[in-house]
Design a protein around this ligand. Structure first.
Ligand SMILES: Nc1ncnc2c1ncn2[C@@H]1O[C@H](COP(=O)(O)OP(=O)(O)OP(=O)(O)O)[C@@H](O)[C@H]1O
Ligand SMILES: [Mg+2]
Length: 287
C-alpha cells in the first residue's frame, strides 16, 4: 500500500503560487526529509497533507485513503507548530484530550511520557513552558497513537542538543520498526544523520533526491602534533583545527592520507562526519 500519495497539488495565496502542481509518493516505510528555505512552502504542503489547509487542486492519499477520511488518524499523526497548544491547560491535559478523542488507553500516556522523559513538567500549565518544552509536548502528543505514518514540521526546532539526540534516536527506532516518517527541518546535520532521501522545495516544485551521492565524507583526524603534517598533506584539501586535521574526501583516498600522516606524526583518533544535505542545499539555493 502506498503510504503517501500527493497528486498534482497546487496552492496559491493571492497571486503567490506556493506549490505548483506537485506530485510525490512514499511507497516503502522510510524516513523522508522535506528541506527548503523559509517561506518555500514546507508547512503549506504538510498542512495540506494533514487536511488542515485545502489545496487549490490535486489530491492527497494517506495509507490508501483520502486525507479527508478521518479514520486515517488511527494510524497517522501530524506534529504541527506550537500555536495549537492551550496556554491554560497542562501538558497532561493535552495528552488526556488526545487519548479521549482517539480512544487510546491511559497506558499510552505513560509509555510516551516515559519514552520522552517529560514527567517532570507535564503537570505544569503550557503558559509556563519554554519553546523546547512545548516542542517536546507536541512530539509526545504526536506519538501517543503509535502511528505507522508520522509527519513532523520542524521537530528539532528549539530543542537542546541532548533532546535532539533523544528525538533522533526515537525516530530512528520507529523507522527500524517499519514506521514511515516525513519531517521538515532546517537542521541539515540532523537530516544527514537520519536519511539520504530528501525532498527539496524550490520555486513551488519538489526536487526529490537521494543525496548519498553527495556525501563526500569529512574526517577529523586527531594527531599528536598537527602542524608537523602541513607539508606532507599539501596536495590534499585540508584544514587544521587545534590538534585535528579536517579533510573532505571519499573513503578510498583516506588511506593515502593516513599513510602520509603516519610518516610524520601519530594518529590518535579518526571521526567521520557526513555533510551531503548541506552540500546539496548550497548547490540548489546558493548564489
Ligand atoms: N495563510 C497564509 N496566507 C498568506 N500567505 C501564506 C499563508 N501561509 C503561508 N503563506 C505564504 O506561503 C509561503 C510558504 O509558507 P510556508 O509557511 O509554507 O513556508 P515554510 O517553507 O514552512 O517556511 P519556514 O521554513 O519559515 O517554516 C510564504 O511566502 C508565506 O508567506
Ligand atoms: Mg514552516
Amino acid at each position: 500500500m502506498t503510504i503517501l500519495s500527493i497528486n498534482n497539488v497546487s496552492k496559491s495565496f493571492g497571486k503567490h503560487k506556493v506549490l505548483d502542481n506537485v506530485s510525490f509518493h512514499i511507497k516503502e516505510p522510510e524516513i523522508v526529509a522535506l528541506v527548503g528555505p523559509n517561506g518555500s512552502g514546507k508547512s503549506t504542503l504538510l498542512n495540506i497533507i494533514a487536511n488542515i489547509l485545502n489545496s487549490d487542486s490535486g489530491t492527497v492519499e494517506i495509507l490508501g485513503k483520502s486525507n479527508k477520511d478521518i479514520s486515517i488518524y488511527n494510524n497517522y499523526s501530524y506534529m504541527i507548530d506550537n500555536t495549537v497548544l492551550y496556554e491554560y491547560l497542562t501538558g497532561l491535559d493535552h495528552l488526556k484530550f488526545i487519548c479521549e478523542t482517539h480512544r487510546l488507553s491511559k497506558e499510552s500516556i505513560r509509555k510516551a511520557v516515559e519514552l520522552m522523559e517529560i514527567k517532570h513538567f507535564i503537570n505544569k500549565k503550557v503558559k509556563d513552558y519554554s519553546l523546547g518544552m512545548k516542542q517536546q509536548l507536541l512530539f509526545t502528543m504526536s506519538i501517543l497513537n503509535e502511528p505507522d505514518f508520522l509527519v513532523l514540521d520542524e521537530p528539532f526546532n528549539g530543542l537542546d542538543p541532548s533532546t535532539i539526540i533523544k528525538v533522533r534516536n526515537i525516530l530512528l527506532d520507529f523507522a527500524k520498526g517499519g514506521k514511515t516518517i516525513l519531517l521538515s527541518s532546517h537542521n541539515l546535520s540532523e537530516v544527514d544523520q537520519m536519511t539520504s532521501h530528501i525532498v527539496f522545495v524550490k520555486d513551488g516544485k519538489l526536487i526529490e533526491e537521494d543525496i548519498s551521492k553527495y556525501q563526500e565524507d569529512v574526517y577529523y583526524i586527531k594527531v599528536k602534533n598537527a602542524k608537523s603534517t602541513l607539508n606532507t598533506l599539501k596536495d590534499f584539501d585540508f584544514k587544521i583545527k587545534s590538534d585535528e586535521i579536517v579533510v573532505s574526501t571519499i573513503e578510498y583516498k583516506l588511506n593515502e592520507i593516513i599513510g602520509k600522516i603516519n610518516e610524520v606524526d601519530e594518529i590518535i583518533d579518526i571521526r567521520k562526519e557526513i555533510k551531503g544535505a548541506e552540500r546539496r542545499y548550497e548547490e540548489l539555493y546558493g548564489d
